[in-house]
Design a protein around this ligand. Structure first.
Ligand SMILES: CC(C)(COP(=O)(O)OP(=O)(O)OC[C@H]1O[C@@H](n2cnc3c(N)ncnc32)[C@H](O)[C@@H]1OP(=O)(O)O)[C@@H](O)C(=O)NCCC(=O)NCCS
Length: 155
């Protein structure tokens, strides 16, 4: 089984290509290269040799809130549990950081519901999360679905 690892700088070009190939088809939001470099420490990848076959990120928004973003699995590696392992890695990192709530904005709500996420009205998300939305080409006509997941935290 291919493992989930923290992304490295040399992965960014392939992550960019992967995310934007799905963005071109309207399945997720595009990410500029600059954003991937600036947020490289948020990202996990799954590699097959030198090839990046999947990526996904956990971005901390506030003391009690983080976002899972840019979960993408190359088409020839889908339906093998890779996306699930990326989401679990992000949720695991949120637990380790002591962050009790994780949200996502997605066109694939049913995928995230499998991990305990439930749909909420986007307006219920704190205003802090909208800072990024101002840069989105779709703003203010966001058609993504918002979901949140409450985590059980230890001490
Ligand atoms: C959505 C995506 C990340 C799923 O990745 P994946 O590696 O194929 O998913 P997995 O194999 O880990 O699937 C885990 C489970 O979710 C289910 N699942 C996968 N995609 C799903 C979807 N779109 N809707 C509902 N369930 C889905 C699988 O059937 C599987 O169920 P099982 O555990 O009962 O077998 C992948 O299809 C993808 O990259 N799509 C394009 C980008 C995208 O839409 N990203 C969404 C986040 S913005």
């Amino acid at each position: 089984m291919k493992i989930v690892e923290k992304a490295r700088i040399k992965d960014v070009a392939q992550m960019h290509q992967l995310v934007n190939s799905f963005a071109d088809k309207g399945e997720m939001l595009a990410r500029p290269l600059s954003e991937l470099y600036e947020n490289i420490r948020d990202y996990f990848v799954v590699r097959d040799g030198e090839r990046v076959i999947a990526c996904g990120a956990l971005h901390v928004s506030w003391s009690d809130l983080a976002e899972i973003k840019s979960v993408a699995v190359a088409e020839d590696n889908q339906d093998k549990g890779v996306g699930a392992r990326l989401v679990e890695a992000c949720l695991g990192e949120a637990r380790e950081l002591g962050i009790p709530t994780v949200f996502c904005l997605t066109y694939k709500p049913a995928f995230f519901e499998r991990f305990g996420f439930s749909q909420v009205d986007k307006m219920e998300l704190p205003r802090k999360v909208w800072t990024e939305c101002y840069r989105c080409p779709k703003f203010p006509n966001c058609d993504e679905v918002a979901l949140i997941c409450h985590l059980e935290l230890g001490d």
